[in-house]
Ligand binder design. Structure first.
Ligand code: ATP
Length: 241
């Protein structure tokens, strides 16, 4: 099969004021892939996703999404082109019900029947959300909120899904459930996924390729199975002694 580049970053530099968070990042995500971005605290993983989804503007370098420039293009425009970002910490609307959260996620979808169809698809992926349809988002467990955050992002039927630490703070059972859905979205829907994770073990298990970040730079990249075997990675991120 031919490889189609969905996302490409070349020598991307992003700053917070004077803080140089991304120091020349180059990476690609091909259509149909799950790509994992791993690395320790403060490595720049979240900043990479924010730059990709238009929440931050790179100061230097090029960023293309589906062959078109995406650097500094506003987040809502990028979203309209089929990219959806599940931010770190979930950020669901605590005062809205599960259903209302999903409706907000689909606000750019004008066809009411399609909105309803996507809500039902979300309930298909996450039966727990169906059971809690009228519960306030803020009263749900962390794992349930993460499910809601993902289901909300799916309301626009994205081509590219950005997931920032979906397993953070979740019990092992929820972690399994979330990773199962990631694989399912990729295999059954052909969804392309860029996954940021501190849980490198799980991320490398589901990903096709991976990039390892450290202090704003990419230190290593390759097939996820090879990265998982790498001794320096095992020591730093996979809990090996
Ligand atoms: P973590 O897993 O801890 O979230 P990360 O790899 O996602 O780490 P980033 O959050 O992208 O890392 O942070 C990269 C660098 O940018 C860090 O040095 C961090 O302190 C800095 N940074 C992140 N957010 C801000 C901000 N809002 N203002 C200033 N500096 C920031």
């Amino acid at each position: 099969p031919t490889t189609t580049e969905m996302l490409a970053l070349t020598d991307v530099h992003t700053y917070y004021g004077h803080i140089h968070a991304l120091k020349g990042i180059s990476m690609t995500v091909n259509e149909g892939e799950i790509v994992a971005l791993i690395g320790g605290n403060g490595a720049g993983k979240t900043t990479t996703l924010r730059t990709v989804s238009g929440m931050m503007k790179p100061k230097h370098g090029t960023l293309t999404y589906q062959g078109q420039n995406a650097a500094g293009i506003p987040a809502h425009v990028i979203m309209g082109r089929g990219m959806s970002h599940v931010p770190e910490g979930r950020r669901i609307f605590p005062q809205l019900t599960v259903r209302e959260n999903l409706e907000v996620g689909g606000y750019t979808v004008l066809d009411k029947a399609l909105i309803e169809q996507r809500i039902q698809e979300g309930f298909g992926f996450f039966p727990r959300l169906k059971e809690r349809e009228h519960q306030l988002g803020g009263t749900m467990s962390g794992g349930e909120q993460q499910m809601l955050a993902i289901a909300r992002a799916l309301m626009v039927n994205p081509k590219l899904l950005l997931l920032d630490e979906p397993s953070m703070g979740l019990s092992p059972l929820f972690v399994e459930a979330i990773f199962d859905i990631i694989v399912k979205l990729n295999r059954e829907r052909g969804m392309t996924i860029l996954l940021v994770e501190q849980n490198a073990n799980m991320a490398l298990e589901v990903a096709h390729r991976a990039y390892v970040m450290q202090t704003g730079e990419i230190k290593l990249s390759g097939k996820a199975s090879d990265i998982a075997q790498d001794e320096s990675v095992r020591k730093a991120y996979l809990g090996d002694e």
